[in-house]
Design a binder for this molecule. Structure first.
Ligand code: GLN
Length: 225
């Protein structure tokens, strides 16, 4: 059973990233896996799961989400090997610190060596990131600028937009993958959804071609050369 835990959708659901859970579950089911989505509310403890999904959110809810996760079993379960895919606010709160609500700095969960400071301008618009030779497309909307430690590999190189800092986007450690891309990003990039799914399940997957895969080809075909 693939258990997908969507963490605090009422706090980290502003940008529709809960759709990432639906995409993972559906692409798993179409290959014959059983899959369930568990919505983890602010009053729930974090259950065991194959994959945790963290989405984007506004500054206040992001801070509250970090505070709640800090006193939950989330970090212990991640250190035990449960896998995480995080977007934007979710990405930021996994790091050592992040700035929200102006320049006020908050402690992150410290699961990855990454710091998010406040940029002078907000990053809003299309985001294209080269990941393993393919284009990851989506949109971004954030005030934070993320700096990775030297030991942390970014998810990919930014071709359009800002991502972490104008050059790279997200990060990929053995247990944590993250991006600034909304969309939901796994709906817009089915090939990347399959990478996340294969990592979560710990196995290679049969190819799957859906209307979403065809729409991805059209979208990327429309990118300026
Ligand atoms: N509140 C954070 C920022 O503005 C994250 C925003 C988001 O998740 N899109 O940087």
């Amino acid at each position: 059973m693939l258990t997908i835990a969507l963490i605090y959708p009422e706090l980290l659901g502003t940008y529709g990233d809960g759709g990432n859970a639906v995409v993972l579950a559906e692409r798993a089911r179409r290959r014959g896996f059983e899959a369930e989505i568990v919505n983890v509310g602010v009053d729930d403890d974090v259950p065991d799961a194959t994959i945790y999904l963290l989405g984007g959110g506004e500054d206040g809810p992001q801070r509250l989400g970090a505070d709640l996760l800090r006193v939950s079993s989330f970090s212990a379960r991640v250190r035990d090997g449960n896998f995480v895919f995080a977007v934007c606010a979710g990405l930021q709160l996994l790091g050592t610190s992040f700035c929200v609500e102006g320049d006020d700095e908050y402690e992150g969960l410290g699961l990855v060596n990454a710091i998010t400071s406040r940029g002078e301008t907000r990053s809003v618009g299309e985001l294209v990131v080269r990941v393993d030779g393919r284009a990851l497309v989506g949109f971004e909307n954030h005030g934070g600028r993320t700096t990775l430690g030297d030991d942390v590999e970014p998810l990919g190189r930014v071709e359009v937009g800002r991502g972490n800092d104008g050059t790279v986007d997200g990060f990929r450690t053995p247990g944590l993958w993250a991006s600034y891309a909304h969309g939901p990003v796994l709906a817009m990039n089915p090939w990347f959804a399959d990478k996340v799914l294969a990592r979560a399940l710990g196995r290679e997957l049969e190819p799957l071609v859906t209307i979403a895969d065809q729409l991805y080809d059209e979208r990327v075909g429309a990118l300026a050369p």
